[in-house]
Design a protein around this ligand. Structure first.
Ligand code: ZN
Length: 152
């Protein structure tokens, strides 16, 4: 199969495999599939941690707080009205971008071969010419015994 030349952003937002751009990245709303159902890429490398939540909170905090302040100033509602307007809006507006953000981060992790840093001991075999920052099988989870599998 000829892999599609798509950016991590495009594949990630669509929830597609970072390698082939065809297979599904997610099994649930936010749970990753174990591997690509088209090209077989093992998604064990993927570890966006709480990056999606951080970006969603950071981006959505301003509009929702702005809305809450405007709503309170303009209508002076009793406090419980915020429980049925602002709070549900907050949940929806923060949850909605989580999936595309997580897809984008996982695809970027694959694309840029990003991984957790680890020490290379002096007596270890030198595989990548002095450093292990690039050119290594960075996404081969078998090469990193301490790495956890399937973080989500
Ligand atoms: Zn794939």
């Amino acid at each position: 199969m000829q892999p599609r030349e798509k950016s991590p952003l495009s594949n990630g937002i669509r929830g597609r495999c970072p390698r082939c751009g065809e297979g599904k990245l997610f099994r649930g709303f936010l749970k990753l599939a174990p591997r690509c159902d088209v090209c077989g890429l093992d998604y064990g490398f993927a570890d966006p941690a709480d990056g999606p939540a951080f970006f969603a909170m950071s981006a959505m905090a301003f509009p929702i707080v702005g809305f809450a302040l405007w709503f309170d100033a303009a209508h002076e509602p009793p406090w419980w009205v915020h429980l049925v307007t602002t709070l549900p809006l907050l949940v929806v507006i923060c949850a909605a971008p989580l999936r595309p953000l997580k897809g984008w981060l996982v695809c970027s992790q694959y694309f840029y071969k990003a991984e957790e840093g680890h020490l290379i001991l002096a007596d270890a075999k030198d595989e990548a010419g002095g450093n292990n920052l690039g050119g290594s099988p960075a996404l081969d989870a078998e090469a990193q015994p301490g790495r956890k599998k399937d973080p989500s």
